[in-house]
Design a protein around this ligand. Structure first.
Ligand code: HEC
Ligand code: HEC
Length: 290
């Protein structure tokens, strides 16, 4: 080879290698970040059976609602039992639009109305994390729903009435911690799935955002707007979201205890402070009469 050609070939090869390396880094999500986002999204709770030797994310969790019992499916990369044959695009479509790879619609017991707000980058990182899980062959079971909710083909009507897909939009008038907190609450944390009251069709009452009412299991869920939470200092609120202990020495029960264990206690100090700052910025809404 000519002396002058060699460096040219070499630098071309380096450029090629570097180019494909950066392309793969950009195209592939960051699994480590995805692991944190999965905590912020509380995925493990609904996708893991309630038993001591349960395999995380292998499905089987019974979710009792006023419409019947849903079972969180296996989301490990097993090709038959889980979502091992899915592409990243299938995952993004499920999370953003609540649509299954075969075109069927998911029930909103899967909180995609909130997850739809997750950014493209975060979805990619979540997907990268799910790909790192050990495949589990645990078989899914059918949901056990009341008539007529067992008709999956009715779900598009619900979506048409109550579901607006699309990623979180930054509020230019709010500070960056408040925006970060809004993202954690509205998108990943899906707090409104329980803390926003619903009408008889299970549609969220948008003008009562986070104002409390009946939760998914029909039990009372408290108001998260300042009308109620002003009675707690930031330190008390932080203590509750880390440990489940209220200022009166009570412990959080049931559904919230799980959110604290899997989600809010796992947030970085910065994210937890942002979440609290956002709750403080909400318009105060009075409790609904019982
Ligand atoms: C409140 C419970 C709940 C939480 C939290 C939850 N899911 Fe699910 N998820 C479900 C249910 C229920 C379904 C099945 C819905 C259906 O059959 O229509 C589901 C379905 C899915 C599916 C489709 C699986 C398939 O086989 O079609 C994926 C993917 C998924 N969830 C990912 C996630 C991720 C990622 C997170 C965390 C960011 C998460 N889920 C958090 C309840 C939940
Ligand atoms: C699966 C349903 C569910 C989800 C999702 C949920 N919560 Fe809760 N939350 C509850 C229930 C139920 C209670 C009442 C617990 C009790 O009385 O022991 C509660 C209580 C609380 C309280 C105590 C309020 C008070 O005045 O006593 C706070 C604060 C709170 N939740 C914040 C959050 C935040 C922040 C999120 C999102 C990261 C969230 N919750 C998501 C069900 C939920």
């Amino acid at each position: 080879m000519e002396k002058a050609v060699r460096p040219a070939v070499l630098s071309f090869a380096i450029a090629l290698a570097f180019g494909s390396w950066t392309a793969s880094v950009l195209a592939q999500g960051d699994a480590k970040r995805g692991e944190y986002l999965a905590k912020a999204g509380g995925c493990v709770a609904c996708h893991t059976e309630e038993s001591k030797d349960a395999v995380p994310f292998a499905g089987g969790r019974a979710l009792k609602t006023t419409f019947g019992t849903f079972y969180g499916p296996n989301i490990t990369p097993h090709p038959q039992a889980g979502i091992g044959r899915w592409t990243e695009a299938d995952f993004v479509r499920a999370m953003r639009f609540g649509v299954r790879p075969d075109g069927a619609h998911y029930y909103p017991a899967f909180p995609y109305p909130s997850f739809s707000r997750i950014t493209d980058d975060d979805l990619r990182d979540l997907w990268a994390f799910l790909r790192t899980l050990a495949p589990s062959s645990r078989a899914n079971q059918a949901h056990d729903l009341e008539f007529p909710f067992r008709w999956r083909f009715l779900v598009p009507i619900w979506k048409w009435l109550f579901f607006t897909p699309g990623p979180f939009a930054v509020d230019g008038k709010a500070s960056s911690p408040v925006n970060r907190g809004a993202y954690l609450v509205q998108a990943l944390g899906h707090c409104s799935e329980c803390h926003t009251p619903r009408n008889f069709l299970g549609g969220p009452e948008r003008d009562r955002f986070l104002a409390g009412g009946k939760g998914p299991d029909g039990k009372r869920v408290p108001n998260l707007t300042p009308a109620r939470l002003k009675k707690w200092s930031d330190a008390e609120l932080k203590e509750f979201l880390l440990t489940g202990l209220t200022p009166d020495g009570d412990a959080a029960s049931g559904l919230m205890d799980e959110i604290i264990r899997n989600t809010t206690s796992q947030l970085t100090p910065g994210d937890l402070a942002a979440l609290i700052a956002y709750l403080r910025s909400l318009p105060p809404l009075a409790e609904e009469p019982r």
